[in-house]
Write a protein that binds this ligand. Structure first.
Ligand code: CA
Length: 220
């Protein structure tokens, strides 16, 4: 899962980046509205964290431009404390959720998880596919109740597929959603991680659909 972070306060941005990366997300960031708008318009993200008070172009304008262009990706806005009118303006501009500063990292992460799963029509934070279960809260993956140890890249890939069970996901889509822009994206990388996951899970769990991509199937 890949998240866009648009925040001009360098200290807060660094804290958010660290917290998101620790939670397993690939993170791209911008420190002003213009660059944030450009990134959100040209790259693929699973969620956006958008501060409203931004230099060059304010957050509400960024959001209105995205929504005006038909971009539906989930957006969590960060508002000033006690500013109820900012929340109203942000939600009316197309935000999916808001968080008032200051906030706890855990709350931000919970809201981001909820936005990502709701975007896929999923209600529960525990994703299940047959005997395979992925708890988005703890980052734990189990097979028949037994813990499966995954690296952060393996987890990110499996989590993306577990949010879309039965759907064919192309290698390009996976590359776009699993790595930040500055990551050295080698097209073979996805195949390597799929191979590693297949050694840790029943191999038929990740099905190759020739010429199209991969599909998650319930392990027997
Ligand atoms: Ca700000």
């Amino acid at each position: 899962m890949r998240v866009l972070l648009v925040e001009d306060d360098p200290t807060l941005r660094a804290q958010l980046r660290a917290g998101l990366q620790e939670a397993g997300y690939a993170v791209d960031e911008a420190d002003n509205g213009r660059d944030g708008h450009h990134l959100g318009s040209t790259e693929s993200f699973d969620a956006v964290i958008l501060d409203l008070g931004l230099p060059v172009l304010d957050g509400i304008s960024v959001l209105m431009r995205w929504r005006g262009a038909g971009l539906t990706l989930p957006v969590l806005i960060l508002t000033a404390r006690d500013s109820w009118h900012e929340k109203v303006a942000g939600i009316d501009a197309g935000a999916d959720d808001y968080l008032a500063k200051p906030f706890h990292m855990e709350e931000l992460l919970a809201r981001v998880r909820a936005l990502i799963r709701r975007a896929q029509g999923l209600a529960s934070p525990l994703l299940q596919c047959g005997a395979l279960a992925l708890d988005t809260r703890s980052g734990r993956v189990t097979l028949n109740g037994q813990l499966v140890n995954l690296t952060s890249h393996e987890y990110r890939l499996l989590s993306y597929l577990m949010h879309r069970p039965g759907t064919v996901v192309s290698r390009t889509e996976l590359t776009e959603h699993l790595y930040a822009q500055d990551f050295d994206r080698d097209s073979n990388t996805i195949e390597v991680f799929v191979g590693r996951l297949r050694r840790k899970l029943p191999p038929e769990t990740i099905e190759t659909v020739r010429g199209l991509g991969y599909r998650l199937a319930a392990p027997p």
